[in-house]
Design a protein around this ligand. Structure first.
Ligand SMILES: Cc1cc2nc3c(=O)[nH]c(=O)nc-3n(C[C@H](O)[C@H](O)[C@H](O)COP(=O)(O)OP(=O)(O)OC[C@H]3O[C@@H](n4cnc5c(N)ncnc54)[C@H](O)[C@@H]3O)c2cc1C
Ligand SMILES: *[C@@H]1O[C@H](CO)[C@@H](O)[C@H](O)[C@H]1NC(C)=O
Ligand SMILES: *[C@@H]1O[C@H](CO)[C@@H](O)[C@H](O)[C@H]1NC(C)=O
Ligand SMILES: *[C@@H]1O[C@H](CO)[C@@H](O)[C@H](O)[C@H]1NC(C)=O
Ligand SMILES: *[C@@H]1O[C@H](CO)[C@@H](O)[C@H](O)[C@H]1NC(C)=O
Ligand SMILES: *[C@@H]1O[C@H](CO)[C@@H](O)[C@H](O)[C@H]1NC(C)=O
Ligand SMILES: *[C@@H]1O[C@H](CO)[C@@H](O)[C@H](O)[C@H]1NC(C)=O
Ligand SMILES: *[C@@H]1O[C@H](CO)[C@@H](O)[C@H](O)[C@H]1NC(C)=O
Ligand SMILES: *[C@@H]1O[C@H](CO)[C@@H](O)[C@H](O)[C@H]1NC(C)=O
Ligand SMILES: *[C@@H]1O[C@H](CO)[C@@H](O)[C@H](O)[C@H]1NC(C)=O
Length: 629
């Protein structure tokens, strides 16, 4: 009786604190359809059959309690779970546990998987995102893993070690797997990471000695032709969190609709992309990917499985759409609105400096383009371009492509003609290829090429330039800051993009406020030779952050950067990646994950932690994770 009373009192207290997350009973169940594997949840009975001290839920049903240890464990520590415990964990998971073998281990004689043929396959495909997407542990930016097992031709050149990779992964195929993994990591004081595809520029999906939840196998795509809930009536998709961009685009094509996602074929649209407030060729027309989300299913740090939507955990619904991955829980699926099929028109062209195009003219042409940034995005268009030095005083501009969603060729052509005339007036003659396609998918597959990843010879930062940077009063100083970086050897992958206001979508979320003001998103990379020493990499990284990017920050004070394609060394990352949402995001982190079960570099709350034994400017996940003292 006493225990029951205590429980009731505790429950009342919790309900009072968390009064804003009432779970509306009135919502029809069709509003939150679940995949069959989402109904496969962990029960108290399952836990009682196994070992409650290892696999039990947090007793606090709303937030999470856990270890108060100073540091997370690493393999080899006395408290590290024994083989027996790992075996029991694997048995409870039904065999879904994978012990990490680094992708390039077959290249090393110190690793028992040494295999020349397998090594050659890894060497030849290391730059292909698919290789990393399909691996439970690998991520695409090995600089921040620690470069402890790079593909090599010489099996004796060094020893391959785990470095920043997780020790074990759970290849999750049902919600109970994720609940078990969270409970075990929390109860055993293990470092926890969530890996989907490994695309994040700061390798936010890995961590030394961690238990990793690999969401890659959650591939379901369900088309909801007549979704009708929460004020939205129309087509929608429910997507498992392992679904990749090209997979949902194909499904959208088959169903004659359009879905908002990014350029890259293999990015996890329902994972880090939506969580990080990702951008799309559709954004200038209908807003960000995160704005399209109707509801999400998520396993909380305490192990409980809940729905986050306008009427269930609205604060989480807000935070999970822009506040970053690996912070508040593991999302298992999202439901997003879809738009009707529409025509798309694209344009490609390229030019370089040359006998008739001086460097000054080249940069004047970039200024001319920038003078149209606001007009183009106001019309719903998107630009994706490259600016790079190709020799002393020589430069290349490549439009790859400019993209007009919902535009016919005549509409698009009339939009861009004044700009093309300005280029011509500068003496730059281009032969633009303008093509109309019947759908997003047709345009997408015809224009966006494959990506190259896995390099350790460059590092990128980014900036979201507000619209005012492209108005006459600020355009010259913006251009000067951009030119400085390109002349110094920086490579720009630029986007002319806005987050369109969209009254029909739900834009009350935690997407970086800098996106809402932007008309330009510029990624800037510093490169170094493949054989560069750590000192050279440090120097180049410092120059990028403290010189080139400092000038970009100075011409756009108070603006920000995109966290998922951002600088791991970003100064004041809280302001840059989250803007004025940071205090609220931090409070929600403390509410749902007070013991820091989830950690990732530059994630909300990560400033409370330190990864030990780091080189300045080359922070890796290869080190012990501890609370900052
Ligand atoms: C070549 C390339 C092209 C890109 N193109 C675009 C683009 O066009 N538009 C754009 O906006 N971005 C783009 N990005 C950035 C990309 O969207 C982000 O890196 C995104 O975070 C990737 O998410 P992911 O789940 O695929 O990858 P991961 O790196 O595996 O995950 C990213 C973060 O999200 C967390 N996470 C993943 N899944 C979950 C989940 N289910 N629950 C909780 N946390 C989770 C991870 O722990 C990690 O912290 C690109 C990146 C690369 C390398
Ligand atoms: C987990 O169990 C499965 C099936 O029995 C087995 O194939 C796998 O190797 C085990 N994983 C580990 C890490 O032992
Ligand atoms: C690498 O070392 C192993 C054992 O030390 C040796 O057998 C092998 O020949 C070496 N391989 C090369 C390519 O040097
Ligand atoms: C690999 O590790 C072994 C055992 O610790 C050590 O003897 C050897 O020198 C290492 N090899 C290299 C190339 O570092
Ligand atoms: C898509 O549109 C085409 C052409 O209008 C039509 O033939 C097809 O049946 C439609 N497919 C679906 C799934 O609605
Ligand atoms: C945005 O959503 C949050 C829900 O978490 C709510 O507190 C806030 O009032 C909303 N703001 C607006 C302008 O609707
Ligand atoms: C450069 O300009 C001159 C004069 O307008 C023209 O004759 C020549 O063809 C141009 N050269 C190139 C490479 O465009
Ligand atoms: C696309 O254009 C059509 C016709 O002009 C218009 O009715 C529709 O609202 C547009 N769609 C979007 C998403 O803007
Ligand atoms: C910007 O530069 C152009 C070309 O050099 C010049 O004509 C113009 O007056 C400048 N504008 C401002 C606001 O300084
Ligand atoms: C890297 O390679 C270049 C060209 O082969 C050489 O000149 C340079 O000295 C090398 N640098 C280092 C640090 O080994």
């Amino acid at each position: 009786m006493a225990a029951a009373t205590l429980r009731a009192t505790a429950l009342a207290a919790i309900l009072a604190v968390f009064a804003d997350q009432t779970i509306a009973a009135a919502v029809p169940s069709t509003c939150c359809p679940r995949f069959a594997w989402e109904d496969a949840q962990l029960t108290e009975a399952d836990i009682a059959q196994s070992d409650a001290s290892l696999f039990g839920f947090d007793s606090d049903t709303t937030s999470s309690k856990g270890s108060t240890a100073t540091c997370k464990l690493l393999p080899g520590d006395t408290a590290w779970p024994s083989q027996t415990v790992w075996d029991r964990f694997n048995a409870t998971l039904g065999g879904a546990l994978i012990k990490t073998v680094p992708l390039a281990a077959p290249c090393y004689s110190n690793w028992h998987q040494y295999n020349a043929e397998a090594c050659q396959h890894v060497r030849e495909n290391w730059g292909d995102p698919h290789l990393h997407v399909n691996d439970p542990a690998s991520a695409m930016f090995p600089l921040y893993q620690g470069r402890t097992c790079m593909p090599t031709e010489d099996p004796n050149s060094s020893n391959c070690t785990l470095g920043g990779y997780a020790a074990y992964s759970v290849a999750a195929t049902k919600v109970s797997h994720i609940q078990l993994a969270l409970n075990f990591a929390r109860n055993a004081n293990l470092r926890l990471v969530v890996k989907n595809t490994g695309h994040d520029f700061a390798d936010k999906s890995i961590g030394a000695g961690a238990l990793s939840i690999w969401t890659h196998k959650l591939k379901d795509i369900q088309f909801l032709a007549n979704y009708n809930c929460r004020g939205y009536k129309g087509p929608a998709f429910k997507l498992g969190s392992g679904v990749e961009t090209e997979e949902v685009y194909r499904a959208a094509e088959q169903n004659n609709v359009t879905v908002v996602g990014g350029e890259c074929r293999t990015v996890g649209i329902a994972g880090g992309y939506i969580a990080g407030g990702g951008h799309s060729p559709m954004s200038s027309l209908v807003g960000m990917g995160a704005d399209q989300v109707l509801s999400m299913e998520v396993v909380l740090p305490n192990g409980r499985f809940v729905t986050a939507s306008q009427d269930s955990y609205p604060d989480l619904y807000w935070a999970l759409r822009g506040g970053g991955g690996s912070t508040y829980g593991v999302v298992t699926s999202v439901t997003v609105r879809a738009y009707p099929k529409m025509p798309h028109t694209t344009m490609t062209y390229a030019y370089t400096t040359g006998p008739n195009v001086t460097a000054d003219t080249f940069f004047a042409s970039l200024g001319a383009y920038m003078s149209y940034f606001n007009a183009f995005t106001n019309a719903g268009a998107h630009g994706y371009f490259l600016v790079v030095s190709i020799g002393p005083g020589q430069y290349l501009f490549s439009m790859m492509p400019m993209w007009g969603p919902n535009m016919t060729k005549p509409q698009f052509t009339s939009l861009v003609t004044p700009f093309l005339n300005d280029l011509s007036d500068l003496g730059i003659s281009v032969t633009p290829v303008i093509t109309e396609y019947s759908s997003f998918y047709q345009a997408y597959t015809s224009t966006f090429g494959p990506e190259q990843v896995g390099g350790t010879d460059n590092h990128a930062a980014s900036r979201l330039f507000p619209r005012e940077n492209f108005l006459p009063a600020k355009r010259n100083e913006t251009l000067a800051a951009v030119r400085y970086a390109v002349e110094a050897g920086g490579v720009i992958v630029g986007y002319n993009i806005r987050s369109a206001p969209n009254a029909a979508a739900n834009q009350n979320n935690s997407v970086n406020p800098a996106w809402r003001k932007a008309a330009g998103f510029f990624i800037l990379a510093a490169a170094w030779p493949a054989n560069a020493t750590d000192a050279q990499i440090q120097q180049a990284s410092e120059t990028l952050t403290n010189d080139w990017m400092a000038r970009w920050r100075a011409v756009s004070p108070g603006a920000g950067a995109y966290m998922s394609e951002g600088d791991i060394n970003e100064p004041d990352f809280q302001q840059a990646f989250y803007g004025e949402h940071y205090p609220r995001l931090y409070a929600l982190k403390k509410k749902y994950d007070p013991t820091g079960l989830f950690y990732a570099p530059t994630a909300v709350g990560s400033e409370d932690w330190v990864v030990r034994d780091q080189l300045e400017w080359i922070p890796t996940q290869n080190g012990r994770l501890c609370w900052k003292s």
